[in-house]
Design a protein around this ligand. Structure first.
Ligand SMILES: [Zn+2]
Length: 472
């Protein structure tokens, strides 16, 4: 599959796309548009952004293409070996999972606007971007400028879908190395920070995470940051990159810098946990419909826990900063979702229902916040039993060795088994209560916090504070 992109109408935010597929032997071919994107487990119906959809044969003659569902078409390929489809994609929104075009910026999340043919998804793909102005590019895929075009090659459609790109004249890139791997930080937009400090801090949390797993899964990595004009905070993980959108709000520059660190450390941890250590239900991704899975408390909860912990353990965050992050997390969980009628497992399925909305009161829990608390409780239990000689790090390392490295999907039961193997004993009470029930975890959390002389106090109004035991 080859995709050509033209930005002829930046003022109208329209990206022109040409899709080409050769070696066709069938009389009819089904083409599909992605309905969602990995990282956000919710249908987004990207097909609503396309218009002027037409199909052609290898000589450029029109051929018939019939819509048979909201994001699927059947092309008549009886008399052609090559199918060409042209359409426009309306790219007017900037978040970490969208696409955007104006005179300054071409930002493409290919999963938003690339058609695919299911039977041919595993073939190598090419992205060809018309770039006569020779704008700079940030992308996890390598690129080559050839005359007026920029050419990017991908192993298969999944690789395409997982490689967002940003093109602009104003891109700035700084690079550091950790474990001999180059890490690039690309920024489009205005944000004031000290490059040397950023590189120093990024290297520290990167090295911390690499140490947990014993190596980095990719040959390089790209943090891609767009700074919009308005306040915004959003990141999406990809196999060797992350797309981050962080707009300035009224906060102090120092607070925004802490936010970049928090977001970047979280997204980097996903390089292992979900990009490689992937729930079996998501391997491979089916972009045409919901991919239900029970274990988002591992994918997002464990990642949230480690994102901040890596910053603290590597010395980037002070203890005060780390405890402030923990308190924010506890407030979000206990003040917003305790009590809740659902367990972590149930709320994982319901990401597809209303996971990214506030939802009705006291129904669901956040797989991020409660998931991170669940990870912290388990980490504390393991550390306590083995006097700090074992921890959740051992669980994640085994998950990487058995499922991530061989790229084999895991099930909830696999995670339970590995946790018990590391714990050298039954954890069924932990899983039944913390993961599978809707009982409050406040008491369990306080049991672990006691080990570091802290506790969570909840007042009569349900408001939460993280306090030192000496204040009691
Ligand atoms: Zn995440």
């Amino acid at each position: 599959m080859i995709y050509y992109f033209f930005s002829l109408n930046p003022e109208k935010h329209l990206i022109q796309v040409e899709f080409r597929l050769g070696n066709i032997t069938e009389n009819q071919l089904k083409v599909q548009f992605p309905a969602w994107r990995p990282g956000r487990y919710q249908l987004q119906h990207f097909a609503k952004n396309i218009k002027d959809f037409h199909a052609y044969d290898q000589d450029g003659n029109s051929i018939s293409i019939q819509k048979y569902k909201k994001d699927g078409w059947i092309a008549n390929t009886e008399h052609t070996q090559t199918l060409i489809i042209r359409y426009s994609y309306y790219a007017s929104e900037i978040n970490a999972g969208s696409s955007f075009l104006n005179a300054d910026l071409l930002y493409i999340n290919p999963v938003n606007l690339c058609l695919y043919v299911e039977e041919r998804m595993n073939e190598p793909c090419e992205l060809i971007i018309h770039n006569p102005e020779k704008k700079k590019i940030a992308c996890g895929l390598g690129s080559l400028q050839s005359e007026d075009n920029l050419i990017l090659k991908a192993r298969d459609f999944h690789h395409v879908a997982d490689s967002p790109l940003v093109m602009s004249h104003y891109l700035e890139t700084i690079t550091y190395h950790a474990d001999n791997i180059p890490f690039h930080f690309h920024i489009h937009g205005n944000m004031d920070f000290d490059n040397e400090r950023l590189i120093h801090d990024f290297r520290l949390f990167t090295e911390n995470q690499i140490r947990i797993f014993g190596g980095f899964p990719e040959k390089d990595y790209h943090f891609i940051l767009i700074v919009p004009q308005h306040p915004y905070y959003h990141g999406v993980e990809h196999r060797n990159s992350t797309m981050m959108v962080l707009g300035p709000d009224s906060s102090e520059p120092e607070e925004i810098y802490q936010e970049i660190l928090g977001l970047a450390s979280h997204e980097l941890f996903h390089t292992w946990n979900i990009c490689k250590i992937r729930p079996a239900e998501l391997l491979p991704y089916d972009y045409s419909k919901e991919n239900y899975f029970a274990t988002c408390f591992i994918a997002e909860g464990v990642t949230t826990y480690y994102g901040d912990k890596a910053l603290f353990d590597s010395g980037v965050f002070t203890q005060e900063q780390y405890y402030k992050e923990l308190e924010t997390r506890y407030k979000r969980h206990f003040e917003e979702s305790d009590p809740a009628s659902q367990s972590l497992l149930e709320s994982s399925y319901d990401l597809w229902l209303d996971g990214y909305e506030k939802g009705i009161p006291n129904r669901k829990v956040s797989v991020y916040h409660k998931g991170a608390i669940a990870a912290q409780i388990l980490d504390g239990m393991i550390r306590k039993k083995f006097n700090g000689k074992k921890s959740l790090d051992d669980v994640m390392r085994i998950m990487w060795e058995r499922f991530g490295r061989p790229f084999k999907g895991y099930l909830y039961k696999d995670y339970q088994d590995i946790c018990e193997e590391v714990f050298e004993g039954s954890l069924s009470a932990y899983f039944k209560k913390i993961i599978e029930s809707n009982e409050s975890v406040l008491h369990d959390l306080n049991g672990q916090l006691k080990e570091i002389q802290l506790y969570v106090e909840r007042d009569a109004y349900g408001m939460v504070k993280l306090k030192s035991l000496s204040e009691q």
